[in-house]
Design a protein around this ligand. Structure first.
Ligand SMILES: NC(=O)c1ccc[n+]([C@@H]2O[C@H](COP(=O)([O-])OP(=O)(O)OC[C@H]3O[C@@H](n4cnc5c(N)ncnc54)[C@H](O)[C@@H]3O)[C@@H](O)[C@H]2O)c1
Length: 277
């Protein structure tokens, strides 16, 4: 184990969305480093299944992050049990992939509720605890889509830009309290989310990933280890993999070029869409 990961031994962490994908990988990496992990998920059985694969320090909670009261109860329960909360991973998220005109208002509200309000609820419940302690770290799973504007994911991009903004702004306030804030911003990661949220004529993950030049999505366990190392070093952002960092730099250096490339990508995706309208 790297020296950085050893810093997690004896820490208490909450991970939302821990029943699957990146959240489950974060829970595994934290547990392997010696932390006590509260695995929370809307899907309680999935949270239990993640916790069952960890040490007996781990626990499981059925929690909907869109329910502020439920998130508060989760934080209160963990603090009552452990006497502290060192790490709050606001990770639960959903996505919709497709044309914006095909999104219903209910879908817009759902993605705002989970991806933005879910993070707000986690911050609202955990941050005061960490201020009182004088230490702690809030880790919000945003996305590379929070740093760049990838079309056909407009609702997702909207929410993830909000999470990056929240994280970077809060970080400047939180530092004076001894509290760190980090946003995890990966490009495509190999999790079930890539197969969810397909709407309208959009053909899904393979076309989308190929169109973006992604040959192999990032392994979630690799991402979790990279993220924990970056959090231990109190980095503001974790951008993975290297191609995402390069694209992010290109977008800042030449927003016009990036926008033209993104527009061409949308044209390609539309040319491959299902011919059903
Ligand atoms: N996989 C990727 O390519 C990728 C890339 C960048 C960012 N992300 C972000 O990573 C995070 C985790 O995504 P993932 O890829 O592991 O997806 P996933 O679908 O594998 O896991 C998401 C988990 O969140 C849970 N969840 C959904 N709504 C919830 C709610 N209201 N309350 C509590 N839990 C809820 C689901 O039950 C699921 O277990 C998300 O915020 C996602 O936007 C994913």
């Amino acid at each position: 184990m790297s020296a950085r990961l050893e810093e997690y031994a004896g820490r208490t962490a909450i991970v939302t969305g821990a029943g699957s994908g990146i959240g489950a990988a974060l829970a595994r990496a934290l547990d392997a480093a010696g932390a006590s992990v509260a695995c929370a998920d809307l899907d309680e059985a999935a949270a239990k299944s993640t916790a069952a694969g960890l040490s007996d320090r781990a626990s499981a909670f059925g929690v909907d992050v869109t329910d502020a009261g439920g998130v508060q109860e989760l934080v209160d329960a963990v603090v009552a049990d452990a006497g502290r909360l060192d790490l709050m991973f606001n990770n639960a998220g959903i996505t919709f992939l497709g044309e914006t005109e095909d999104l219903t208002l209910e879908q817009w509200n759902a993605i705002i509720d989970v991806n933005i309000r879910g993070v707000v609820h986690g911050v609202h419940a955990a941050y005061p605890v960490m201020i009182r302690q004088g230490w702690g770290h809030i880790v919000n799973t945003a996305s590379a889509a929070g740093l760049m504007a990838a079309g056909l994911m407009t609702s997702y991009v909207t929410t993830k830009h909000a999470v990056v903004g929240l994280s970077l702004a809060l970080r400047t306030e939180a530092a004076g309290h001894g509290v760190g804030v980090t946003a995890i911003c990966p490009a495509a990661v190999d999790t079930p989310i890539l197969d969810k949220g397909e709407i309208g004529r959009f053909r899904g993950r393979d076309y989308y990933l190929k169109g973006q030049g992604v040959r192999r999505p990032v392994d979630p366990d690799h991402l979790a280890r990279v993220a924990l190392t970056a959090v231990a070093a109190n980095r503001p952002l974790v951008v993975e993999p290297v191609q995402a960092r390069a694209a992010w730099r290109l977008g800042r250096f030449s927003p016009g070029l990036m926008n033209r490339m993104a527009t061409r990508f949308i044209d390609q995706q539309r040319a491959q869409a299902k011919p059903d309208r």
